[in-house]
Ligand binder design. Sequence first.
Ligand code: PLP
Length: 397
Amino acid sequence: MLEHLQAVPPDPILGVLAAYNQDPNPNKIDLGVGVYKDEEGRTPILPSVLSAERELLERQTSKSYLGPTGVTGFNEAISRLIFGADSPALNESRIRTVQTPGGTGALRVAAEVIRTANPDARVWFSDPTWANHTAIFPAGGLQSGTYPYFDPDSNGLRFDAMMEALGQLGPNDAVLLHACCHNPCGVSPDESQWREIAELAGQRGFLPVIDMAYQGFERGLDDDNLAIRVFAEQCPELIVASSCSKNFAMYRDRVGAISVLASSAQKAADIETVIHSLTRKNYSMPPAHGPAVIDIILHDDALTAQWRAEVGDMRDRINGLRAGLVARIAASGVERDFSFLERQAGMFSFLGLTVDQVQKLREQFSIYTVNSARINIASLNQANLDYFVSGLKSVLE
Ligand code: PLP
């Protein structure tokens, strides 16, 4: 039977990484990979996470199975973090959070929850979106479509076209939105636009599904959940898929959560049983380590304060790089206006290069990025910024 299987081509980003790894040029830069890097180009373990891991090692007495809910302290803390501690829906017990293996796991469970609720439902993605969205939701059994989002001419949001498209949707539709730091384009709706989108969702009855993979990386931990708070006010139902990969730098520990806001406390409890039955059929029991570490951090005032400062440092570094990049590009005499990089947020932005220009950057300067010219700003640092700008200038000439 297995003879019928054919090799699947690798993810293009892995090809870029492999070529980068083989390149002997000491000035090479990898702008493709989607992880945060510090000024030295490393992705270190956060000190708050290390402290909590040490404490966990002392505390842990068993590695017996967790129940399907996982680490309940983690689930409660994540509900507060992503909906806000003063969320009225939280006080009404209308929110249930269940840990998942990464944000990807949360998205896959979300797809299955939606399919269980309505096998004919269709999910709508922003154009463009994180490539894996378009794989995860069909794999979870849903049909999909796209709505207008990024405008390559203005490097901003196609808000009117987006509202027009979403205005056609109804109760059989789910709309996937990025809470902040849109991957790949770095463009978010502003506060009044979020309110308009949420009002539309309330009127039309489509289900908002919010992917929050970068909480803390745009305006801060307490502001980046704006979209979630606004939707929770306007809509009776909402799904959030959150990830702790970036803001706790626990990428390989695979920590995320699915949170469901339901119309009543009873409905929320019912939906949690659906989530348990879906995960039981999939991975049976959730992993403990990452959520147990985060449970310790978020229930210890000193560690929480330390972690918040660490997230703030990552955000400030990225924003500083965005500002520095814009200034150095302008100072280098490049005519094209790159000031949009400073208006966008998070690790990713499109440079607006052609595939030819991307190839030239790779071949002539050992600067590696995917063909869409999406770059990870966090891969830049004071040591490579000028080299990057000279490469960019050269391919634009
Ligand atoms: N959603 C978006 C938009 C992402 O960019 C990512 C990771 O890059 C994820 C979800 C999934 O993150 P995780 O590694 O926690 O599965």
